[in-house]
Design a protein around this ligand. Structure first.
Ligand SMILES: Nc1nc2c(c(=O)[nH]1)N[C@H]1C(S)=C(S)[C@@H](COP(=O)(O)O)O[C@H]1N2
Ligand SMILES: [Mo]
Length: 204
């Protein structure tokens, strides 16, 4: 039995509902990452999908750029407590790639790999990654994603804290067993749902 009748919900309550607990809204777009911004070389970059899949991929820039794209507007929540509303992302659907790579029936997890100097990785359940609104993004608010924001290609998984959205993406590894990524082995939560405030690993 709900404590309050639905009809009593105010407009203010509805907009507050958009901000996950412990977060604050920012107007700009902070830049956050470990290490320095890597140089992108279109002649050597590949987007690889490998591991527990039937048709591993190694797409070069031209092949990746030829894939169908879509746009979606989403909020972005960083575990350091800033949230940015209405990010208009453009890029390739994660599902578009997975359709081609054909994950095996026993694939249950993914580890995303970046081509930066720290070897950033982040892990997700395949069910969190394989969602229609997730992207391998190339555009933000209509413009190509800048290098400091992970351009030209980054992951975007908006329903989890933003550290799951790997910048400078070069690899998607399909796994049968979960394998913690860069922050997940350094005390951050394995799942990272901002609505449940899954910030740190001691909360697991
Ligand atoms: N390769 C890489 N990706 C990364 C990070 C990083 O350090 N390295 N930081 C993550 C974190 S903690 C956040 S909040 C977002 C920040 O994205 P932005 O800098 O575009 O706002 O990128 C995520 N992706
Ligand atoms: Mo973050």
């Amino acid at each position: 039995m709900p404590l309050f009748r639905r009809g009593l919900k105010t407009r203010k309550a509805r907009s507050t509902d958009r901000l996950p607990p412990g977060q604050r809204l920012v107007r700009g777009w902070p830049v956050l990452h470990e290490g320095s911004v890597p140089r992108f070389d279109p002649s050597t970059w590949r987007l690889r999908v490998w591991g527990a899949c039937e048709a591993p991929l190694a797409l070069d820039w031209d092949a990746f750029s030829a894939l169908p794209t879509f746009e979606t507007t989403q909020d972005f929540h960083c575990v350091t407590t800033w949230s940015r509303y209405d990010n208009r992302w453009g890029g390739v659907s994660v599902q578009e790639l997975l359709l081609r790579a054909k994950p095996r029936a026993d694939a249950r997890f993914v580890l995303l790999h970046s081509y930066d100097g720290v070897g950033y990785t982040t892990n997700l359940a395949l069910s969190d990654f394989d969602r229609r609104e997730n992207l391998i993004a190339t555009h933000h608010d209509g413009a190509p994603i800048t290098p400091e924001h992970g351009g030209p290609v980054r992951a975007v998984v908006h329903h989890l804290y933003a550290w799951k959205s790997a910048k400078w993406l070069s690899g998607i590894e399909l796994l049968t067993e979960d394998q913690r990524g860069f922050w997940e082995v350094r005390g951050y939560h394995n799942h990272a749902d901002p609505w449940l405030e899954e910030r740190y690993s001691y909360m697991e």
